[in-house]
Design a protein around this ligand. Structure first.
Ligand code: URA
Length: 212
């Protein structure tokens, strides 16, 4: 698995405001969108393109456009929905599939309550959006859905990640034969006893949608 941890002062600055418990929901949502757009720039470095002939006002030339089949973007509800706008801004023509997953706060196990993915993902590059890579349970389940439907390359975009989650992904997909990438804004210290990322930012869904 390829892991890219953003190392950029603008991303670190925005993450610091995001983490601050005094940051309100509207600011939090806005920052998540901006951070995703910045992370998506790195995450789409290998997105497939094809040649296209165009004519500039000066002369004909060859350029590129996003190749078909188009990439698929999969936000994991609820918190991943807050990342969709920032991602769509960068690749507006991507197809979007949805996964609704919830983590049991006691067992920390993920269960799926909605699956609206395209039936056939053969040959598709997929981008999964989940702000917090904590235990890794949710992302492992989501990536397995994509592999089952034939996805050929999967990149997870996470605002924050814990070492425990990265280790779980590495182990789960070491023999999958499907390239898995992770692009994350920061690698935090660890998980606490409740499965929250430390220092983290709290519950991303609650902070996005004004529950706190
Ligand atoms: N999900 C969150 O929203 N926050 C965490 O710290 C871990 C999982």
């Amino acid at each position: 698995m390829k892991v890219h941890v953003a190392n950029h002062p603008l991303i670190s600055h925005k993450l610091t405001v995001l983490r601050d418990e005094k940051t309100d929901s509207p600011t939090f949502r806005h920052l998540v969108e901006e951070l995703v757009t910045l992370l998506a720039y790195e995450a789409t470095r290998e997105v497939r393109v094809e040649k296209v002939e165009i004519v500039t006002p000066v002369q004909p030339t060859t350029g590129v456009k996003l190749a078909h089949p188009r990439p698929v973007v999969v936000p994991i509800l609820r918190a991943g929905l807050g990342m969709l706008e920032g991602m769509s801004r960068l690749i507006p023509t991507a197809e979007i599939g949805f996964l609704g997953m919830v983590r049991d706060e006691k067992t920390l196990k993920a269960s799926t309550y909605a699956n609206r993915l395209p039936e056939d993902l053969s040959g598709r590059q997929c981008f999964v959006l989940d702000p917090m890579l904590a235990t890794g349970g949710t992302l492992v389940a989501a990536i397995n859905f994509l592999i089952e439907r034939g996805a050929t390359e999967i990149t997870a975009i996470c605002i924050l990640s814990a070492p425990e989650g990265i280790a779980m992904l590495e182990e789960a997909f070491k023999d999958s034969g499907v390239p898995i990438n992770l692009v994350t804004g920061a690698l935090d210290e660890r998980l606490n006893e409740h499965g929250y990322i430390v220092p983290g930012l709290g519950d991303a869904g609650d902070r996005l949608y004004g529950v706190v």
